[in-house]
Design a protein around this ligand. Sequence first.
Ligand SMILES: [Ca+2]
Ligand SMILES: [Ca+2]
Ligand SMILES: [Ca+2]
Length: 259
Amino acid sequence: MAAQHTLVMFLRALTLWMFHVFMPCLGANVKIGIPENYDGIFPWYLSKLPSLTTNYSELLIRGDDEGIFGVDAAFLYALKPLDREKQPSYSLQMMYRMAGQRQSFTVEVCVIDKNDNVPTFSTVSMRGSVQLGLLKGIPFMRVEASDRDDRNTAHAELRFLLMDQTPRIPAAHMFAIDSIQGEVSLTEDGASTLDPEMCGRYKLLVMVKDMAGKANAFFSTGTVTVEVTGNTWASPDPVRLQENLPGPYPIPISQVISA
Ligand SMILES: [Ca+2]
Ligand SMILES: [Ca+2]
Ligand SMILES: [Ca+2]
């Protein structure tokens, strides 16, 4: 009895899944979602095409330049796995003859993403500079990364981590990275102890993960070189001006030079 109940529940779940994955649109046009990277037996039967009855003939498929798709007994099939990053969707025009008339409808095949791409930094070796006197938490640079998977899914939802800092002087944790934006800033320790004479260059090991940083994420690493610069701003000498200067005006009193 319990086994029968489990089978019924399984069949219900399967029907619901089929409804979501192979969702026919209203009218003659059909839209189906097919996961990428199928590694089973080919031909891979995808969906029954409800517009086709058994007595159709002379069926032609347009929009399939690579010869991936075919139709057998009103079932759409694929001859090779799909790659969403290569082509995310296919618009197939089905032309056929039925009851002596030429007819057609469109099948939209949407390739459903799988997490099959590792996130990578835009450049493996990044550079930035931080000025003495910068307050904690104020970004002085940003690391950037990309992931070829579907950006509307967790497969391309990236998180950044700071893994290591070399050297660890005057403090072990001088820098922080914003996990979502990738902005690099000084920690409290960094802002209070930064000293270009003690250490003028740091190397940071940074990591980017997909799946919002969860345990099953793909990841890659990069390095950030941070140069420490002194505070270059110096107050200029005051401009002295004699009172009751005779004209003609205007009288030049000081020259502003851009740095
Ligand atoms: Ca892919
Ligand atoms: Ca993918
Ligand atoms: Ca990914």
